[in-house]
Design a protein around this ligand. Structure first.
Ligand SMILES: Cc1ncc(COP(=O)(O)O)c(C=O)c1O
Length: 422
């Protein structure tokens, strides 16, 4: 693609974009009463305008049917979550029986580790990426402690080599090989939240399985952003949140994937009635008999109000189609990288000023940028000038042009603002 740093070019790209009409389906926030360029879908996706309709339908059924809403109405609450199975399966490359929307991300990973982190005297270590999102670091450390291990010993982190920003794929594979006799689990982000690096989930899973180690992924930054093929990649388990690229609202319901090869009743788990066999759930019997699918990991009554907004958003993904979104995402993100490089060139000292640390060929739509000599100051100036990226300590500005609602013109205009600010 021959990109141009010109408004006419950006407008032409937008005019030719088959997904352009989706932008109108979202509410764009204002910052200090002015329109913004929103680049923070990697943190909190925008609100679909249809959310209210889906949400109000549940409120209406509640008003009309009371408790009978579990069984009455257009979408009875007892099975409401089932309607999300298919779209979530499409987004994760899995079977509908392998996914379920439930709980929240960190709590779901804890639940999944009950089934998949089974340390023994010899094999008790967990391999993960260095500088994972703090919640993942805390949860892994607390799991190791819960099982009686010192996290400093039990957790092996793979870091980028000195002077590099990203973890080399070959280093992950050789570390697995090196520690294969002491590892009980490999747990990685699908995408590192800080650098935006996409990890090779397929190769990690394959290498780990050769030496008998289960593999799980935190897909917070991956779902709705990159192509996932969890079933075929033979990933054991995964979890995600719905408030980033899935645009389902702050703190809304998360989801899990469990490969169908693990859908055995005998696999240990922390149980609750919502995971119990649907045919006998209301017999109120004593013994837990899990649903033989990912649903068997559910614990509590589904949060139908949260699910309703999640559903509104997933319906948009169904209409847009992930393949079309991925195509646009690549063109849009590469355009952002091009514009940043144009600003570097115009301002001189091209290598040093704005350094994109996200690897070119291992990325979704997020670019992480170190603004040398500017730091947080530039982030504040961008905010004050109507651009909303986000800042991650100690030194990164993250920007994510989201294919559902960002445009080429957004990126062109961002470049003009950036030039003025530097
Ligand atoms: C990679 C990653 N993991 C975990 C979390 C925490 O998710 P939650 O607060 O929904 O448990 C986040 C939140 O942004 C995240 O980015």
């Amino acid at each position: 693609m021959n990109y141009q740093n010109a408004l006419a070019f950006a407008k032409q790209m937008d005019a030719a974009d088959p997904l352009k009409h989706f932008r109108k389906e979202f509410y764009f926030p204002k910052y200090r009463n002015r329109e913004v360029i929103y680049f923070t879908g990697n943190s909190l996706g925008l609100q679909p305008k249809t959310s209210k309709k889906y949400f109000n339908a549940v409120l209406k059924d509640w008003a009309k049917h009371g408790v009978e809403g579990h069984f009455e109405g257009d979408t009875p609450w007892l099975s409401y979550h089932e309607a999300l199975g298919k779209p979530l399966a499409k987004l994760t490359g899995s079977k509908p029986s392998e996914v379920v929307a439930m709980n929240h991300l960190t709590s779901n990973i804890h639940f999944l580790l009950v089934s998949f982190y089974k340390p023994t005297i010899k094999r008790y270590k967990i391999l993960c990426e260095a500088k994972a999102f703090p919640s993942d670091q805390y949860l892994l450390a607390s799991q190791a402690q819960f099982h009686g291990y010192n996290p400093d010993e039990a957790i092996i982190e793979i870091a980028p080599r000195t002077g590099e920003h990203n973890i080399r794929s070959e280093d992950i594979l050789t570390t697995i090989e090196k520690h294969k006799h002491e590892l009980a689990l490999i747990f990685f982000g699908g995408i590192n939240y800080f650098t935006g690096q996409v990890f090779d989930m397929k190769r990690i899973a394959k290498t780990a399985h050769k030496v008998g180690i289960p593999v799980g992924f935190d897909l917070a930054h991956a779902i709705g952003n990159i192509k996932l093929n969890l079933h075929e990649w033979d990933v054991d388990f995964a979890a995600w949140c719905s408030y980033k690229y899935l645009n389902s609202g702050p703190g809304n319901i998360g989801g899990i994937f469990i490969h169908e090869k693990h859908h055995r009743k005998e696999l240990p788990r922390f149980a609750g009635w919502w995971g119990h066999d649907k045919n006998t759930r209301f017999n109120m019997g004593k013994n837990f008999s899990p649903i033989p699918s990912a649903e068997g990991w559910q614990v509590s009554t589904a949060n139908t109000l949260g699910l309703s907004i999640h559903r509104a958003s997933l319906d948009i993904f169904e209409r847009a189609g992930m393949d079309a979104l991925l195509k646009k995402s690549k063109t849009l993100t590469d355009y952002l990288a091009f514009i940043i490089e144009c600003v570097n060139t115009e301002k001189g000292n091209p290598k040093k000023r704005l350094e994109i640390i996200t690897p070119k060929n291992e990325k979704g739509c997020q670019l992480s940028v170190i603004a040398h000599g500017q730091g947080k100051n530039l982030f504040h100036k961008l905010m004050a000038n109507g651009v909303i990226p986000d800042w991650r300590e100690p030194n990164v500005i993250r920007m994510a042009p989201v294919p559902l609602y960002n445009s080429f013109e957004d990126i062109y205009r961002f470049g003009e603002i950036l030039k003025r600010l530097l």
